[in-house]
Ligand binder design. Sequence first.
Ligand code: UP5
Ligand code: MG
Length: 204
Amino acid sequence: TFDSNVTVIFVLGGPGAGKGTQCARLVEDFAFCHLSAGDLLRAEQHREGSEYGQLIQTCIKEGTIVPMEVTVKLLEKAMTATLEEHKSGDGWADSRGRFLIDGFPRKMDQAEMFEHDVGKATAVLFFSTTQEVMLERLLERGKTSGREDDNVESIKKRFNTYKDQTMPVIKHYEKLGKVIEIDSSVSIEEVHQKTKSAVANLLS
Ligand code: UP5
Ligand code: MG
């Protein structure tokens, strides 16, 4: 478990809602370390000698959730590496001790495991928009992304997993009063402005 001065913000929302895009923008404003669970899994999938390559590929294509032990380990490792890297420098706890955990936790058991083993989340940023908007964005991105899950068939499965497994996580944090919901149907810049002021509020 990390120090209590480490700030963790979970970033949730459906496939293509704009989590990664907004996290990248926030990093320019606030000195967060942005860790995308999906990106870490894709890197692990392609890492030579990984025992999980096949499993991760199948889960991503089918839109199902990779066993949480794998994902939590990858996140913990990345967080530790970031903190170690900045320990010696002044103010490390202030800047690199802030994490945006993008696309995680997607299922209740992951949330429980992370909060038990790693640390508690300060807040949850929830980017919400309609399925139509998400579908359009993902199909557009699919023309160039090379992502194995940016096709109609996988996207439908991702939507179902999101609805069945991830929405309950958001509901859980809503009950705790930790969710900041941001409508991400509008332009990237407009979403960014709203997100930026919400985060500034949170950190003040
Ligand atoms: N775009 C973004 N914002 C826009 C806006 N306001 N207006 C117009 N266009 C906008 O954005 C998607 C596209 O839309 C981009 O082209 C962008 O330019 C445009 P992006 O920011 O990439 O959206 P994001 O929400 O990050 O979508 P992503 O596809 O990454 O979401 P997913 O949650 O589906 O994908 P992730 O990589 O997190 O997970 C993939 C898979 O990994 C999962 O399905 C699962 O199989 C596995 N996984 C796990 O098993 N466990 C985990 O904990 C995490 C992942
Ligand atoms: Mg993403």
